[in-house]
Every structure is written in C-alpha cells, then in structure tokens.
Design a protein around this ligand. Sequence first.
Ligand SMILES: [Zn+2]
Length: 85
Amino acid sequence: MSSHDHDELDECVRALESVHAFLHNELLEADADMIRHHLHACERCMENFEIESTITEMIQRSQVPAAAPVTLTSRITRLSVRRRA
Ligand SMILES: [Zn+2]
C-alpha cells in the first residue's frame, strides 16, 4: 500500500484539467510552474500535452485571417463564442 500512486494520479488529473488554461496562458505563474514540473516528470501527461498543444496551435493558426478562408475563420469564431456563452 502506498499513497504515492494516488498522489501521482491526482497530479495527472490536475495537470490534464489545466492543459487548456495552460496553453492559453490563463494560469497563475505558480500553477503553470507546477504543471511544467509534472510534465517533465510524467511521460504520459507530456504525450497528452503535446497532442493538446498541437491541436491548439492548429486552431490558433486557422484563426489568422490571412491563413484561412473567411468562412472557416468566422465559423470557428462563432463556435468559440457559443461555447463560452
Ligand atoms: Zn501525469
């Protein structure tokens, strides 16, 4: 019986929950630091994080008007507005 396993899992859950906030720079520096540390120590979360950051990058790139057709850009903008409301 070790509580270490549980702690690790708890950190993984917290890291994954904060992935999006982290990628959008919405975290406090202390929280962002904690996640950075966890990612370096946890291969599984690092993998998940890389996938999420790739997706976020793709979305951000497609929101640049010069790089995407207007229809696509406005569709994405409408989507994110709807999600927040
Ligand atoms: Zn982890």
